[in-house]
Design a protein around this ligand. Structure first.
Ligand SMILES: Nc1nc2c(ncn2[C@@H]2O[C@H](COP(=O)(O)OP(=O)(O)OP(=O)(O)O)[C@@H](O)[C@H]2O)c(=O)[nH]1
Ligand SMILES: Nc1nc2c(ncn2[C@@H]2O[C@H](COP(=O)(O)OP(=O)(O)OP(=O)(O)O)[C@@H](O)[C@H]2O)c(=O)[nH]1
Length: 442
């Protein structure tokens, strides 16, 4: 499982700037998708060999007792409790403040691994920085500059040193698709899980009370094996599952990461909210196969149904790669079709794409529509092979490929998805340019 880094600190110390730097490598993957707004607080990142989730607790105001600020404060509190590593940011230019000391006291109480990060340290002398912040009693501060990037790689390496590098889920360990059922509070996730699992055979269900890893529930349906990745601490009472924890964004994201297929549950009785879009965006960023379930279809009339469909089109247009189902988890209607789409999305995410066929499809695409010329450069796409699964990665070799515009990359993605019938999964394209400075000129 990818470790979760949580950024905490008073306003203006540079949390968002550090967050952006820590997640930047991933931005390019999901750039320019119509309708997609990135969640500025939750992201995936990679520095060197290290993959991680990163959470920015910006706006964290522990004094708010009601309303949206209170909600945010609660999620921040949860993030602190669920962090694998806390990075406590202070401002090297303004020095230590009483507010820093209050936050430090709160973080110490959490008992989570904690690193003191002195930001805006470009041009500052290490000894000065160390002396100033030593008083916090949090050990030697790590000096960084979020804007310039100084010290950020060392910071990540040091903070994550104790976590194992390899976090690919062991494919052999479970049979069949690993499914994460996600969505904001009250959309009907537990009801859906019961509809899918409750009546069927649950192969083994133990409660590893202390483990912080997501819990897995293997089950069988229609003679096929699946594993459910739990997001809410499910407990079984008789035949039904109950969620015993409140909604947690971090658990949701970790479950998505660990799954092959995410089932995003939406509530037809309510408008699509930012939080729906953010979870959807995260699934896309993680490259996970997706099935969208619009739940509570029984509770809405035809007029509302039309509105919902239009609302989805407008706000979740970037999910057009996924299949949508309009169901009633409560009445159990539409669930078999959901599972069919889960199977199809899983097959697409794990598909083997042969090199000769990929190359043929690539060449046909280029014949149909050549990549645009960029100044004196005309990108040349020569051959393609598969570079990974879940999501499928297509590696394209050629020259001057760095000049290929995003729109053309999207065209290639669509072409591969159609040719290999990969409905339900995002697909990634990586370009590898041969290092011959003349090869690309014509
Ligand atoms: N000199 C310098 N300025 C920085 C650095 N990192 C951030 N800043 C500046 O500090 C200011 C605050 O940065 P933010 O990233 O918005 O701070 P924040 O902690 O997210 O603030 P809130 O969203 O209010 O919690 C901005 O003007 C940044 O440009 C740094 O490494 N060096
Ligand atoms: N009419 C209707 N109500 C439903 C349906 N599915 C769930 N509900 C109701 O919606 C409410 C929330 O359902 P839950 O399954 O607890 O939702 P959840 O997403 O697990 O909620 P959290 O555990 O808070 O995240 C309950 O009152 C359900 O009975 C449905 O298909 N139709």
């Amino acid at each position: 499982m990818k470790p979760t880094i949580v950024l905490v600190g008073r306003p203006n110390v540079g949390k968002s700037t550090l967050f952006n730097r820590l997640t930047r490598t991933r931005d390019a993957l999901v750039a320019d998708l119509p309708g997609l707004t990135r969640d500025r607080h939750y992201g995936i990142g990679r520095v060197g060999e290290r993959d991680y989730l990163v959470v920015d607790t910006a706006g964290f105001d522990p004094v708010a007792k009601v309303g949206i600020m209170h909600e945010m404060a609660q999620q921040a509190e949860r993030a602190i409790e669920e962090a694998d590593v806390l990075l406590f940011l202070v401002d090297g230019r303004t020095g230590l403040t009483p507010h820093d000391e209050q936050i430090a006291a709160r973080l110490r109480r959490s008992g989570r691994p904690l690193y003191l990060v002195v930001n805006k340290a470009e041009g500052l002398r290490r000894e000065v920085v160390a002396a100033e912040f030593h008083a916090l009693g949090l050990g030697a501060p790590l000096a960084v500059s979020a804007t310039h990037g100084d010290g950020v790689t060392q910071l990540v390496e040091e903070a994550l040193a104790s976590f194992p590098l390899d976090d690919e889920p062991a494919e052999e360990a479970t049979r069949g698709p690993r499914i994460a059922i996600v969505g904001r509070p009250n959309v009907g996730k537990s009801t859906l899980i019961n509809g899918l699992v409750g009546e069927e055979r649950v192969i083994a269900f133990d409660l590893p009370g202390t483990t912080r890893d997501a819990i897995e529930i293997p089950f069988e349906r229609g003679g096929r094996h699946y594993t459910l990745i739990d997001t809410a601490g499910l407990r079984r009472r008789g035949k039904v599952f109950e969620a015993v924890e409140k909604f947690s964004v971090i658990k949701t994201l970790q479950a998505v990461e660990q799954a092959n297929v995410s089932v995003l549950v939406l509530d037809a009785a309510q408008d699509i909210a930012d939080q729906d879009a953010h979870i959807a965006g995260f699934i896309l960023e993680a490259g996970r196969a997706l099935v969208v379930v619009v739940n509570k279809w029984d509770a809405v009339d035809d007029y509302r149904r039309e509105l919902v469909k239009r609302d989805i089109e407008r706000k979740l247009g970037f999910l057009s790669f996924a299949r949508f189902h309009y169901v009633s988890a409560l009445k159990g209607s539409g669930l078999s079709a959901v599972m069919k789409s889960v199977d199809a999305a899983y097959a697409a995410a794990m598909a083997n794409l042969s090199t000769p066929r990929l190359t043929r499809v690539l060449q046909a695409a280029v014949t149909k529509q050549a990549p645009p010329r960029h100044g004196v450069f005309r990108p040349k796409l020569r051959y393609a092979h598969q570079g990974g699964s879940n999501p499928p990665i297509v590696v394209i070799h050629g020259s001057a490929l760095e000049h290929i515009p995003t729109s053309y990359t999207r065209f290639l993605e669509r072409t591969f998805i159609e040719a290999f019938r990969l409905k339900g999964t995002p697909l990634r394209i990586q370009f590898k340019t041969a290092h011959n400075p003349y090869a690309s000129r014509d």
